[in-house]
Design a binder for this molecule. Sequence first.
Ligand code: SF4
Length: 289
Amino acid sequence: MRYREPVFRPPSEANSYLLPVTDGCSHNECTYCAMYLTKRFSVRPPADVLEDIAHAAELMPETRRVFLLDGDAMTISASRLIPILEALREAFPRLQRVSSYVNAISINNKSDEDLVRLRELGLSLGYIGLESGDPLVNDAIVKGATIDEQVTAVERAQTAGIKMSVMVLLGMGGRARTREHAIHTGQVLSRMDPRFISCLCVTPVEGTPLHAQVQDGTFEMITPEDTLNELDLLLQNTEVSGAVFRSNHASNYLPLKGRLPVDRNRLLEAVRAARRGEVALKPEHLRGL
Ligand code: SF4
């Protein structure tokens, strides 16, 4: 396997074969993100990708899940993705799922026919970072796509049969926009109607613009207790037809898991119990960031 470090994947891809299709992130400007700051974006030569697949097929022929690296494998054209997906199907007879991080522009640049074709060939799950549904916060963090573009991307992918997992960042609006951030994010999740929702807590990482803003006082972090208020507002404002909801990423102060809408009252009650001090929040030293 040939990897250029660092390599990132969602927690739910822990058992997947990680296949580098691109290196780095084609956008690489989100103010809070340090993931690919040390990696210049490039698309891997198709021959190298196919060679890696053939090698992996010898080592791990039972592979069922494949995650396409890196920050946005969907940025490459459908005509380049199709031979990769075909090779994966050929190499791994038991393949059940191919997934990748995606960004809105990469999805919206593809035709409906392309998206359906990619789904037919096995690409069945995309992870997209909405982070905030508040347009002001979305601009401030230089997300690279408008809220409407992100909603459209999720709708189009899901219409093609590609399930979408949407990540949001509690605290992304700072103290100044905490309430607007939480309410708008719930409302935008409702418009997107994804199959999975993951809440993480924003963490300023050295070297990022966000870290510099925290240092110079232009961005004020919310408290752990404030994240509970945001969770409460977000859950109240999220109306989806059926989604797994998680706030159990290592960065969270209160791990939650359930299904929306059926578990909403239970989840809200867990948040409110924590707000009343009846449930202890995860101490800082136990948060894996
Ligand atoms: S699009 Fe994703 S990987 Fe790229 S900079 Fe933004 S958060 Fe980081």
